[in-house]
Design a protein around this ligand. Sequence first.
Ligand code: M6R
Length: 608
Amino acid sequence: MCGIVGYTGHRPAEKILLDGLKRLEYRGYDSAGLSLGGKELLTIKAVGKVRNLEQETQKYGELKQTTGIAHTRWATHGIPSVRNAHPHLDNSGKFALVHNGIIENYAELKQKLTAKGYTFASDTDTEVVANLIAEFYKGDFVQAVASALHRINGTYGFAVLCTDYPDTILVARHGSPIVIGLGDGCNLVASDVAPLAAYTRKVIYLDDGDLAVLTPDNVELRTIENLPVEREVSNIDWNVDSAGKGQYEHFMLKEIFEQPESISNTIRGRLDRKLKSAMLSGLGLTPHELAKISRIVIAGCGTSMHAGMVGEYFFEDIAGIPAEVEQAAEFRYRNPIIDPDTLVLPISQSGETADTLAAVREAMNKGAVVAALCNVVGSTIARETGRGIYLHAGPEISVASTKAFTCQVTVLLMLALMLGRNRRLSRDDGDALLQEIERIPDLIRETLKQAPAIEKLANKYAYAEDFFFIGRGTLYPTALEGALKLKEISYVHAEGYHAAELKHGPIALLDDKVPVMALANAIPGQEKMIGNIQECLARHSPVIAVVTGDDNRVCEFTQDIIRVPASSRYVAPLTTVVALQLFAYYFAKARGCEIDHPRNLAKSVTVE
Ligand code: M6R
């Protein structure tokens, strides 16, 4: 949520900052700005996308400053506008600051600073911190920032410039990620590795409470208590190209089509053909510890929560372990019953979602075994849990999550296989499941061939302002995910429901203007789903049915059919969701929506 990038070196900073912001734009895109350092600060801002800031910057001609900070914003305090865009300056113009996170006591600090004569040009919490630093400044930049940080409650990732230190960037972290890139004759900072990969492979992830002083030739790490600290230098394990759009019009389409490959990467080296099981060593649990797990609690938000809901079926059905899913934000407020034999699985593509992180901390405090399913290596959740399973899906840039979901479900299936083999799953059943997992990339490849047919259907239905998605069993959470995809990128009202639940209320909304996407694959419950389809047709709702292979059982009721390859109920969510992702994509495209940057959203949600 919001993106930060900073550069100090010997090259003009402006282009590097703008390039970095473009790579971070998925984190927030309602306004952007940059400040270039020197004896005087030059600050330029624009509402909307980074390209608007770029145009604004061009008006200043060639900019030679070699130190700067920049920001792309997802509004929390104050509407998207130039005056609320970052960087924010103190009243004297000595300090410029960009910030991710929320300052909870900003109103109280603002009042105190106002009483001392400070004025404020924006509605943001961030501007308060710029003036607070100025208030403490007596010539020592680090000391002033550290003093200000001691007065702040809330979360932050900061990058700050000061005119008295023209080639220095000061950064600090508490709750919002900050990564430092170690370059050759330059150093960089960003809120994730995406803008750093073009300049260096070596990065340092700051911990909460860290403060770093960057100059072109040095990075000095301290705590905000001013004690020296050392942090590990990590390597970035993906290249810049994998974070580009390639031949595709949108990141979302690219990521949908990447799924056979990303799932292959998720599976690679993790299936044990000899034992007919899976090897997920990142869990760090012995077979004895695995056998002791008596309950599984999954926590996540949005798409990750839907993946968890599919996983719930796997753990109970395959491994015989009671499982439940919690919306992560609810987890710590429900006083969940957790004991040392409970395995808590937080699921998060970004590994930075604040609600999921809060659930992780609560579960760890309660003594649970906590193992995270994250995609972003080195993310806060991955590091705080210290154990888990990386998805290896590669960078997911589109705000609408696609390949992360299918990789999450694949990991959950492998974990259920491993836990099942550790308990009641026979060798033969383990082998059958293992073989089906190996087939997933090919099944997705088959499904992707339906893209042209799905595009036609999406164009046909692009008129609709309301949509229902219904499913049963493992296809119930798949229906929720299909509806989420459609609503977030097309802004059409879409609801996912259990097919049986429809008649308990929502059916009142159906008429000839409300299409229903019915997940009617040949899995247990299909007969009942056919009955549910008829209930919808009887209310004049047009029905699109997802069916398996050449199954024609619903063809006498509807002509609008999406075919996905035959699979068990465990793999059906994967093939089916790919069809629904394509449907949402083409539907939004037909309506002229901004697919990769849907309104009001951000890729990683780092506020609770
Ligand atoms: O990074 P996370 O997986 O923790 O993100 C959770 C949700 O914010 C995310 O899945 C969101 O729902 C997506 N935009 C859905 O496409």
